[in-house]
Design a protein around this ligand. Structure first.
Ligand SMILES: [Zn+2]
Length: 240
């Protein structure tokens, strides 16, 4: 592969999109609950046969490595159990395909790898239970607020080099430290917490995902939303 730093993607300074992240509620719980009235729900077990969802394995040119379906995550165990969660809503999956196609043209040899995608509400609740009472809850949507992952409209991704190793993004996936926050990248770069090469890798990831229509968040370099978060929560069925 060519070196990922050879040409710089958009500056990391514009990295932070909406300031919400998978962060806890900014509105009172009651107001959030009101927006959920009338929302539909689909059990995860029905997703495989559901026409509005697409299997990640049907997307050409990507790798799928769902970390929460292995012990390789901050919880240290498989939180999906036997659930098959390798899906996104079709519009988000189609956008992942566009991001992979964009990368294949602009960064040949670099592969998009999906680390988490559809995360049913029951799994969100299990993760919340693991973090409850710690400051780390700021990295997770409260189950009552609904994670965009639980609608199949958010995806966690990183990039693999041609040799199959992850590109160095400065922190690992779900590493809950300030260096993971796109909003602090300029500061981290100035202080030596992140290098220009690491930020260039993040920049390529963001460029590919934004090209495909995804939005960044301010707190996690690996997380991307498809569509307006409020609209998703209001209009789309929650996966249970
Ligand atoms: Zn995420």
């Amino acid at each position: 592969m060519t070196t990922p730093d050879a040409a710089l993607p958009p500056s990391p300074a514009d990295s932070s999109g909406t300031p919400t992240g998978d962060s806890p509620a900014r509105a009172p719980a009651g107001a959030i609950a009101d927006t959920l009235v009338g929302a539909l729900a689909i059990p995860c077990e029905e997703i495989a046969a559901h026409p509005e969802f697409r299997a990640l394995l049907s997307i050409p040119g990507i790798a799928v490595d769902l970390r929460y379906a292995t012990p390789d995550n901050f919880v240290g165990r498989n939180v999906y159990g036997g659930l098959d969660c390798a899906y996104l809503r079709r519009e988000a999956a189609d956008a992942v395909a566009r991001a992979a196609e964009w990368l294949s043209r602009h960064r040949p040899g670099v592969t998009l790898v999906v680390l988490d995608a559809l995360r049913p509400q029951r799994v969100q609740e299990a993760l919340w239970a693991e973090l409850e009472g710690t400051p780390l809850t700021k990295y997770l949507a409260h189950p009552a607020r609904r994670s965009i992952h639980s609608f199949g409209m958010a995806v966690d991704v990183t990039l693999l080099a041609a040799d199959g190793r992850e590109l160095d993004m400065g922190t690992g996936f779900d590493e809950m430290t300030p260096a993971s926050h796109p909003e602090f990248e300029a500061e981290q770069l100035a202080q030596g917490g992140l290098t220009a090469a690491q930020l260039a890798h993040r920049g390529w990831l963001r460029a590919a995902m934004r090209h495909a229509g995804f939005q960044t968040i301010s707190t996690e370099w690996w997380h991307f939303d498809f569509g307006d978060r409020d609209q998703v929560r209001r209009a789309l069925p929650l996966v249970l």
